[in-house]
Design a protein around this ligand. Structure first.
Ligand code: URA
Length: 436
């Protein structure tokens, strides 16, 4: 049998590994026959030399088969999930899951926690009193059958190889590899027993993929690998140069989602959320065309069905569904500071990464896995890129509790905003849509 050393050497020398070799590496790692140092060296070889599509498919399959995944075969309707590569103020999961479920799609949504400067859907949902992000497998099935959507954390059985390999990538500087990212995302998502997947690949300062070129490369590979794994996929490349919507921070973002579902949405968030939801509805077989699906998504919001569905989802997972009609039940800070413009002009920059870091500095995210998240803190953007401002106008509200944290956040906020005499050129919100 080929040794791990031989497999590493082959990749180091730019060879193409066979599915058997990749399967052996992953199975051996999971059974502790192969060590962290083997996988670390192999990851660096992959990072430097890349992988062929056959290798990426084999890696996705091997990681997917490292656990048991969900078995949703008893659910007759189509199962579709949405995943985002992560951004600042990126709250579309809590909007699209109820919209798609209200339109008859089953949504088994598995989601994560804050990572770096980006927020995590689970942390946001946990700002709702009582919400349980880890229902048991029986409960997941019951919720899906009765409610049509569940939003939960990754279970131990779901692609466990990805969790271990991701931790190694994190400490070996090998996260930013397009084939490794593709296999990581798809192994987890395909373990959900899906009929279709809608992926939101973010690009811009607040995204994992800062340039449009790398976002396109990732999107293309996601489409190609999903096609080979026989799962329908739509990938949207969306902008993350500035935060999505106006709220950044856990409870503030939930409040913005509730406002959205009650018919009061910022334009950028509406454009992206309705597009994502419409693709889910179409992949879920509930509409024949994107146009029809878009109308359905719009009506689910305007007629209140999506807000009612969100309440059902929260209550099915133990959360206090009254927040949907009374968002004041969400936690709030003791203090709100206003950050004002020093000059007249137009907002030329409202940098997503810096604002994400500022929100984290206030306590909304984690620097280490065991850090406590403060659900109530964050930022609310009163002005965004392109908006005219007068000297003294509020650019953003800072929701804070701890003065020492405010002192760290303040310079980041100052750097994030730039006001210039002329309006900047508008960036598109949706750069591209790819389908497989
Ligand atoms: N998200 C994932 O799930 N995996 C990656 O490797 C990167 C982003």
């Amino acid at each position: 049998m080929t040794s791990p050393r031989d497999i590493i050497q082959k990749k180091r020398d730019r060879g193409t590994l066979t599915p058997e070799e990749i399967g052996r590496l992953i199975r051996g790692y999971m059974s502790s026959e192969i060590d962290d140092y083997h996988i670390s060296a192999w990851l660096m070889a992959v990072y430097l030399n890349g992988m062929e599509i056959t290798e990426t498919v084999a890696l996705t399959r091997a990681m997917l088969e490292s656990g048991r995944g969900l078995n949703l075969s008893s659910i007759r309707t189509k199962k579709v999930d949405k995943h985002s590569t992560g951004g600042v103020g990126d709250k579309t999961s809590m909007i699209v899951a109820p919209i798609a479920a209200a339109c008859g799609v089953t949504v088994p949504m598995i989601t994560g926690r804050a990572l770096g400067h980006t927020g995590g859907t689970l942390d946001k949902l946990e700002s709702i009193p009582g919400f349980d992000p880890r229902p048991s497998p029986d409960r997941i099935l019951a919720i899906l059958k009765n409610t049509g959507a569940v939003i939960m954390g990754q279970t131990a059985d779901l692609a466990p190889a990805d969790r271990r390999i991701y931790a190694l990538r994190d400490v070996t500087a090998t996260v930013e590899s397009i084939p490794l990212i593709t296999a990581s995302i798809l192994s987890k998502k395909l373990a959900e027993d899906l009929d279709g997947l809608v992926l939101d690949v973010k690009t811009g300062s607040g995204a994992f993929m800062p340039t449009l070129e790398t976002a396109r490369d990732l999107a293309r590979l996601l489409v190609d690998v999903s096609r080979k794994m026989k799962t329908k996929i739509v990938v949207l490349i969306t902008d993350m140069e500035e935060p999505s919507g106006r709220a950044i921070g856990n409870a503030l973002e939930i409040r913005e989602c509730i406002d959205f579902l009650n018919g009061n949405a910022p334009e950028d968030l509406e454009t992206i959320s309705l597009a994502l939801a419409a693709h889910m509805i179409r992949l879920g077989g509930r509409a024949k065309s994107f146009q029809q699906a878009s109308r359905m998504a719009y009506e689910a919001v305007s007629k209140g069905a999506a807000a009612r569905k969100f309440r059902e989802i929260l209550e099915a997972q133990g959360g206090d569904g009254r927040v949907v009609t009374n968002p004041d039940l969400l936690p709030r800070t003791r203090f709100i500071e206003k950050f004002r413009s020093a000059r007249d002009g137009f907002v030329a920059r409202c940098d997503a990464k810096l604002l994400g870091l500022a929100s984290n500095a206030l306590g909304a995210g984690r620097h280490r896995v065991d850090d406590i998240v403060h659900p109530e803190v964050g930022l609310y953007l009163e002005r965004k890129t392109g908006d005219p401002v007068k000297r003294g106008d509020v650019l953003c509200q800072i929701h804070w509790n701890d003065e020492s944290r405010l002192r760290i956040a303040m310079p980041l906020i100052e750097e994030a905003f730039e006001v210039r005499p002329r309006p900047p050129r508008r960036r598109p919100l949706i750069h591209a849509v790819l389908e497989g």
